[in-house]
Design a protein around this ligand. Structure first.
Ligand code: FES
Length: 77
């Protein structure tokens, strides 16, 4: 399926079950991380349905052909 990373609109192909951080890395997108265990929330991203998830413990879900992942909630001032 196709994964689109906002705000830069970078798209990459991914398989169901692939860890989100690996997909992002392949796309050349950096998601900030900390604990990598789902507890510090440094890696939070927003899905197209508005759901906020921790990227470090997320994998590509089945049943979709395209997912948009918004990184812009991680504003790095
Ligand atoms: S890196 Fe800490 S919750 Fe993901």
């Amino acid at each position: 399926m196709k994964i689109i990373f906002l705000p830069d609109n970078i798209s990459v192909d991914a398989e169901v079950g692939e860890p989100l951080l690996e997909v992002a890395e392949r796309a050349g997108v950096t998601i900030p991380t900390g604990c990598l265990m789902g507890s510090c929330h440094a890696c939070e991203v927003e899905l197209d349905n508005g759901q906020i998830i921790c990227a470090c413990i997320a994998a590509i879900p089945p049943g979709k052909t395209e997912i948009t992942i918004n990184l812009s909630i991680d504003i790095d001032w």
